[in-house]
Design a protein around this ligand. Structure first.
Ligand SMILES: C[S@@+](CC[C@H](N)C(=O)[O-])C[C@H]1O[C@@H](n2cnc3c(N)ncnc32)[C@H](O)[C@@H]1O
Length: 274
């Protein structure tokens, strides 16, 4: 775990946005945890009787873009066998340190999800999930197609795949394009004062929301890029269909409410199309 894997496209998320230490101050929510606990358990029971052709068992879950283990660690703590994959060294380092401090053994792998290759683990996963809008870090159709192909190759026969992304909200994007909006202020344990403000600029041709985060750390300001691909609801249905997935559920939030125009999220529970 020594190299940082760079995304070669012009779109990117800056190092400071994916800095493990800062990330954990900013992202403290666990609104999605119970949802993933439930689906880890459903997928395990669905595949428990169907061992794969290669003799491996199918009771392990896989979190893609696992970051600092915000979900991976509590899921493992609740007894779920789980592997995490991410390509950012500082996020993985933070995840491993937190898991170690809690004495929890989790396999974290440094990989680019577009080149996912976990055959060495000899597992077919009962659930693969990519939470917290992380799919929105894949900017091109080529990225998406390579990614979905690898997901299917790692799923157990009766396995599930969950994708959780925003429902693009035009009003919010317009609102946040006018001036800098305050996002969060906090004091780190080392006493440093952090203030983050945001400005959005949606590019319709690429469907990428070119978000800028202005970090002020102890008064020193830097502008960080946070490019988020938007997926419009019917477009996302089509992308999944033409990449070989069948929609079992499409929820609008983690309470499993039906997806509607006003839903904040698009949460897909998928299986491989036969
Ligand atoms: C929004 S964070 C989500 C972290 C974690 N899943 C959570 O729920 O808090 C997105 C993560 O995706 C990772 N990431 C983005 N693109 C990736 C790629 N192509 N391959 C692997 N990891 C990627 C980043 O390093 C970052 O840790």
């Amino acid at each position: 775990m020594t190299t940082k894997i760079n995304n070669p496209s012009e779109y990117k998320i800056s190092d400071l946005v994916h800095n493990g230490e800062l990330y954990d101050y900013i992202n403290r929510s666990d609104d999605d945890l119970e949802f993933y606990k439930k689906w880890c358990s459903i997928s395990k029971s669905k595949t428990s009787n169907s061992n794969s052709n290669n003799g491996s068992t199918d009771s392990t879950c896989l979190e893609l873009c696992s970051g600092t283990g915000r979900l991976t660690i509590p899921l493992a703590q609740s007894g779920i066998d789980i592997v995490g994959v991410d390509y950012t060294e500082s996020m993985l380092k933070r995840a491993s340190e937190k898991a170690q401090a809690k004495n929890i053994a989790i396999t974290f792998v440094q990989q680019d999800i577009r080149e996912l290759q976990l055959k060495h683990l000899n597992k077919n996963f009962c659930l693969i999930f990519i939470p917290f809008n992380s799919l929105q870090c894949l900017y091109s159709l080529d990225d998406l197609e390579r990614f979905f192909k690898q997901v299917k190759a790692h799923m157990a026969n009766d396995g599930l795949f969950i994708v959780d992304i925003f429902n693009p909200n035009i009003k919010i994007m317009i609102d946040r394009s006018i001036g800098w909006k305050n996002m969060i202020n906090f004091k780190m344990d080392n006493g440093k004062e952090v203030k983050i403000t945001e400005q959005c600029n949606y590019d319709a041709a690429s469907e990428i929301n070119r978000v800028k985060w202005k970090h002020s750390i102890d008064g020193e300001e830097t502008i960080e890029q946070l490019d988020m691909r938007c997926f419009w609801p019917l477009e996302m249905d089509a992308i999944l269909k033409y990449n070989g997935f069948e929609v079992i559920h499409k929820f609008g939030n983690f309470d499993e409410s039906k997806f509607t125009s006003d839903s904040p999220k698009q949460i897909y529970v998928l299986k491989k199309a036969r």
